[in-house]
Design a protein around this ligand. Structure first.
Ligand code: SAH
Ligand code: SF4
Ligand code: F3S
Length: 372
């Protein structure tokens, strides 16, 4: 009987949010009798859970589609919401396209496609318009890691940073009921998992009824059996000394903060619509280091944002040099559809972006080495 199960190979592109979504999809498919396989060549169905954050992320998916041998191909996740049915025009071999808030429908969609695949009724299906996920999808118990689990606390994002496609592909901000988050963590613990990472595009904005993010941290910290937890990502504009105090007070919380600065130039930060200044950011870092003893600090940086001059870049370089991050993820600006910055000319040429990218990369390498 087992051998009759259809095999699904699912590859994840992009961030931890997608890693968790892929587990959700696998759990839902297993429930419907599919077998999750790690052998792409032998799979009946291949699904790519995709990322749209930079052009490069999308290019990887387009070229991977061309190599698929399976009979049924699905594109799900952020590119699905970004391109909708236009994916079928660019990649006619794709059978279904499912957006970030419609993932619960994947098993039914596959069943429908399988039914008609070889007949004249064969069809392509796309579902990209929901703005809501049922909480039950998080409770299938499917986990890739036996010790650690990601737990989504909020979906979507409403910050509209000028360069970022995420609000358009992940929809408005929705905070999950804290009772459900806690129930999921307890299920994880019952399954032997003792480490958790809470996920949200901007966890500071978590708010469900009377519970804000700081309250949520306290609730999670008190879950019996949980040994360690952390969270990503915090947005500097909503990060406060109160959060640092809460980090210090929660004994199970890892003293780790990912605080993306993006740029050290006030002019560029304003164009990016980030809602803070370089000085505000530096004050936050100072406070963090005062309050959270031995806390680690990491960041994200974009080089080559439209109009970024050598002086703007120098401001970023100096900020990185002065702060001394434990790690920094450095990205070259990439124009994204729908975004505010897409109306600006992408005027820092490719070579200059590469030069700025490698200068900060080298600097951060030296800093990270010293910290070891
Ligand atoms: N919500 C998180 C993650 C956003 S995406 C946050 O706010 O930090 C992860 C990183 O990708 C961002 O922090 C940013 O540095 C980078 N990024 C987003 N859009 C980009 C773009 N258009 N070009 C280059 N890098 C981008
Ligand atoms: Fe994108 Fe900004 Fe939201 Fe992060 S906070 S996901 S960078 S819009
Ligand atoms: Fe994540 Fe990429 Fe989507 S970074 S939210 S998978 S656009």
């Amino acid at each position: 009987m087992r051998d009759n199960k259809k095999k699904v190979f699912l590859k994840t592109f992009g961030c931890q949010m997608n890693v968790r979504d892929s587990e959700v999809i696998c759990g839902l498919l297993e429930r419907q009798g599919y077998q999750i396989s790690d052998d792409e060549d032998k799979a009946d169905i291949v699904i790519f859970n995709t990322c749209s954050v930079r052009q490069h992320a999308e290019d990887k998916v387009w070229s991977a589609i061309g190599r698929v041998k399976a009979k049924i191909i699905g594109i799900v996740g952020c590119m699905a919401t970004n391109y909708r049915q236009a994916i079928f025009d660019k990649a006619p071999e794709v059978d279904f396209v499912v957006g970030t808030s419609d993932i619960a429908k994947i098993p039914l969609i596959i069943a429908e496609i399988e039914k008609h695949k070889d007949s004249f009724l064969a069809k392509k299906i796309y579902e990209t318009d929901s703005d809501h996920r049922e909480d039950e999808i998080y409770h299938t118990g499917f986990h890739l890691d036996k010790e650690h689990a990601f737990v989504v606390v909020s979906e979507g994002c409403e910050n509209y940073c000028a360069y970022c496609v995420v609000p358009y592909v992940r929809g408005r901000l929705r905070s999950r009921p804290y009772s459900d988050i806690l129930a999921e963590i307890k299920e994880d613990i019952d399954a032997g998992i003792t480490k958790i990472t809470l996920l949200g595009q901007n966890v500071n904005m978590y708010n469900y009824k009377e519970v804000n993010f700081i309250e949520l941290l306290k609730l999670v910290n008190s879950v019996n059996g949980l040994k360690e937890f952390s969270f990503i990502t915090t947005h500097p504009k909503d990060t406060t000394a109160k959060l640092f105090q809460a980090m210090n007070d929660a004994d199970k919380l890892k003293k780790y903060l990912h605080l993306p600065v993006q740029s050290g130039s006030n002019r560029i930060l304003k164009l990016m619509n980030r809602g803070y200044t370089r000085e505000f950011y530096l004050d936050l870092v100072e406070n963090y280091r005062k309050i959270v003893k031995n806390g680690t600090l990491t960041t994200d940086i974009i080089v080559g944002f439209p109009t970024e001059t050598k002086e703007d870049f120098q401001d970023t370089y100096e900020l990185v040099n002065n702060v001394g991050f434990d790690a920094a993820y450095i990205f070259k600006y990439s124009v994204r559809p729908h975004t505010q910055a897409a109306s600006l000319s992408d005027d820092v040429d490719k070579k200059e972006k590469e030069r700025r990218h490698s200068l900060i990369l080298e600097l951060q390498k030296r800093i990270s080495l010293k910290k070891r």
